[in-house]
Ligand binder design. Structure first.
Ligand SMILES: *[C@@H]1O[C@H](CO)[C@@H](O)[C@H](O)[C@H]1NC(C)=O
Ligand SMILES: *[C@@H]1O[C@H](CO)[C@@H](O)[C@H](O)[C@H]1NC(C)=O
Length: 629
């Protein structure tokens, strides 16, 4: 600090008193605006004026009395900054201090014509010794207004003889006529310190018209007039957000007609349509429909607000078909239970046989007339008889075997109970074949994946990441008709899968989900945060972000999302309940008995075959017997 002061003393002995007076007021006025600036470029006019500019008290204040580091340049004030070769490395987003003449500033020509609005500009008017006259003020106001209307440049502080002037684009009287807005609006006013312009000016935009677009998406529902096709009203979370921002910043929403191209697609020549196209062509001030935060290749022209919500991209496919009634009982329990049931019967028969052999060997029971293999066959049949809970007509002699049969009965009761309860469940809640659970299953199924918006699909399956993604990427198929109802096609016609936002499915297609027409693959390939978009470096960006953060802090946006979900749930439940009432009590019909009849038919066939075999066998035996006689 002391070395700086000494330097100042040595440099400007004659200006000392004046510099101190100016400095103290600048200290106060510009403290806040400078706080957020990491460094400054100080531009002094080249040639003859360089010495003079360097001794300018305001320029000296920036160079010596602030804590902000600076880089010193000389420049030609008659030449636009972009064209000045000495300033080639100047960052477009940097903040500048320029010493200029009033004539240049009023004419907005040369170095002052810059349309960059990312940085903060401090103009030091060197050739006006006293305060601005009324006439000079009006001239400056005119030129500032021109910069605002043409390029939305506003972040400028004009330092004249110790005063700081700013252009407030929202001050003044407005008669409410949108067309006449720019002519009579905006005033050059003295800056009273406090917050930097990017927040201060936007506390009250006094009804300034902003072109806002909200098109149809998950959380925004514009209603169009069926006759004229014009926007009539909007509902949804995005609309609630829009209302709150408009009220907080006090701007007038000029609602644009929803773009029929929605988000916008890039065409071969690099131009865009849709909302992105409007932003690129300066047709839109803010778009309050959520965009995925990702690279749309337009980062030079478009900015995202803070993230407002998030969502997943999920694949949905037709629900697997129902298992037909005729074979339903077979699928009532899992294959492991079937396997256990059948294998256990053989194992138990084997144990029973071991008991029998042991009994015979130890002569606990007397050897029966039948051979061992006949006894074994009898045991197998008896085991199955117990297994399917039929009574045994005669019990074995040995008590050990009887005990064993008792335990078999209990096992068969348990199996039977499991089977019967599963059977009644599947008759009431129909069973389906296995659904697509993973992306690998999806790939194996061979379904093509239809998408509507290119922005959804361009990095959905990044081919480089894995062979699976490369294969899935080949199955993507673009449906160019933005009005097509792909979900309905998938649900009714089937034969393809599609990609959509998870909440979109939960909001708009919940009836298909509840009616089990579509199935969401649980493995979702992408997760995105979602933001609104506005033109790059839009003046109101910071103010809108601040309002969005306040709403998020208060939990308002999640609340509105919950409300909307709740309303959707209530309406779909109501609609489905009417349909469902008829089917609520499932009455079993003859159709459910199909398998029983098939079994009877098969049994009859087997019995007939056995009868024929026996008949032939018996005839031959009789013939042999008569021959012997
Ligand atoms: C909003 O702007 C209108 C129009 O200029 C003005 O009359 C009104 O007082 C402003 N409202 C607030 C809350 O500042
Ligand atoms: C680019 O192509 C679109 C349609 O594909 C067309 O409307 C537009 O005029 C073209 N723009 C240029 C600059 O050629």
């Amino acid at each position: 600090m002391w070395t700086q002061l000494l330097l100042l003393l040595a440099l400007a002995p004659f200006h000392w008193g004046y510099a101190r007076a100016a400095a103290s007021s600048l200290d106060e006025l510009l403290a806040e605006p400078l706080r957020r600036i990491p460094y400054l470029h100080v531009l002094l006019r080249q040639g003859r004026q360089l010495q003079e500019d360097a001794r300018n008290s305001d320029a000296m204040w920036f160079m010596q009395l602030t804590d902000v580091p600076h880089i010193l340049h000389s420049y030609d004030e008659r030449r636009p900054l972009e064209l000045d070769s000495r300033l080639a490395e100047l960052d477009k987003r940097a903040s500048l201090v320029l010493v200029v003449s009033l004539a240049q500033l009023v004419a907005s020509s040369g170095a002052v014509s810059s349309a960059d609005r990312a940085g903060v500009y401090f103009y030091i008017v060197a050739d006006v010794p006293d305060s601005l006259s009324r006439e000079q003020q009006l001239q400056l106001e005119q030129s500032s207004r021109r910069l605002w209307t043409q390029h939305r440049v506003f972040n400028r502080y004009i330092l004249v003889a110790g005063d700081v002037w700013i252009y407030d684009p929202f001050a003044g009287e407005w008669d409410g006529n949108v067309m006449g807005y720019d002519e009579d609006f905006g005033r050059l006013i003295p800056y009273a310190g406090g917050e930097p312009l990017s927040t201060q000016l936007f506390h009250d935009m006094r009804g300034y018209p902003l072109r806002v677009q909200i098109f149809k998406s998950v959380y925004s529902r514009p209603q169009l007039d069926p006759e004229t096709g014009l926007l009539r009203s909007i509902t949804g979370v995005d609309w609630e957000v829009a209302l709150v921002i408009a009220e907080a910043l006090n701007f007038t929403m000029l609602l644009q007609q929803p773009d029929k191209n929605y988000f916008g697609e890039r065409s071969a020549n690099g131009s865009y349509n849709g909302a992105i196209g409007s932003i690129l062509n300066d047709g839109l001030d803010v778009c309050l429909t959520g965009f995925f935060v990702k690279d749309y290749l337009v980062q030079e022209y478009m900015d995202f607000t803070v993230a407002v919500y998030d969502d997943q991209l999920c694949i949905y496919a037709p629900k697997a078909s129902r298992i037909p009634q005729s074979i339903l009982p077979i699928f009532a329990v899992g294959y492991d239970i079937w396997l256990g049931f059948i294998l256990m019967a053989f194992v138990c028969a084997f144990i029973w046989l071991l008991l029998r052999i042991l009994n015979l060997r130890l002569h606990i029971i007397s050897a029966q007339s039948r051979r061992l293999w006949q006894q074994a066959l009898g045991i197998l049949v008896d085991t199955w008889v117990v297994w399917v809970r039929v009574n045994l007509s005669h019990l074995p002699e040995s008590y050990a075997e009887r005990m064993f049969i008792g335990s078999l009965c209990l096992v068969s009761v348990i199996f039977g109970a499991i089977f019967e309860s599963s059977l009644s469940t599947v008759y009431i809640h129909p069973l389906h074949y296995k659904d697509i659970l993973t992306l690998q299953d999806l790939d194996d199924s061979g379904l093509k994946v239809v998408y509507k918006y290119t922005s959804m699909a361009d990095d959905l399956f990044f081919s480089e990441t894995s062979p699976l993604y490369a294969s899935l990427n080949k199955k993507l198929w673009w449906n160019r008709d933005l009005n097509a109802d792909v979900t309905k096609e998938v649900a009714t016609v089937g034969g393809k899968a599609s990609v959509s936002r998870y909440s979109s499915l939960m909001m708009e297609s919940v009836n298909f989900l509840l009616m089990r027409r579509i199935w969401i693959v649980p493995e979702c390939p992408k997760y995105y945060t979602i933001s609104y978009v506005l033109p790059r470096d839009a003046p109101w960006e910071e103010a809108i972000n601040a309002q969005l953060l306040r709403m998020l802090n208060a939990g308002l946006i999640p609340k509105w999302i919950q409300d909307q979900k709740y309303r959707v749930t209530v309406t779909t439940r109501k609609a489905l309940n009417e349909q469902a009432e008829a089917t609520e009590v499932r009455v079993l019909t003859i159709g459910d008995l199909q398998l029983a009849f098939y079994v009877v038919i098969v049994g009859t066939l087997l019995a007939s075959i056995a009868f024929l075999a026996e008949h032939v066998f018996f005839r031959r035996r009789v013939r042999q017997a008569t021959k012997k006689l």
